[in-house]
Design a binder for this molecule. Structure first.
Ligand SMILES: [Zn+2]
Length: 65
């Protein structure tokens, strides 16, 4: 993948489970890349979640709040 800013090749760092990093994300996986040339970070969200239990979670949050 090329950097949007300086067109150098970006370096892959790691994949994270969005359960740990972005629980509200609509995707399961976030991949971290960075550009050594201009020190730009990229977070690429992939593996979109299928809709599941969203309504249940919302109702529970309302009751607790
Ligand atoms: Zn760059």
């Amino acid at each position: 993948m090329k950097c949007f800013y300086c067109n150098a090749e970006v370096r892959w760092n790691n994949d994270y489970d969005t359960e740990d990093t972005y629980p509200d994300s609509e995707h399961d996986i976030v991949s971290m890349y960075n550009c050594d040339e201009c020190d730009t970070w990229y977070e690429v969200f992939s593996h979109r979640k299928e809709e599941k239990n969203e309504h249940k979670n919302n109702e529970q949050n309302k009751k607790q709040g």
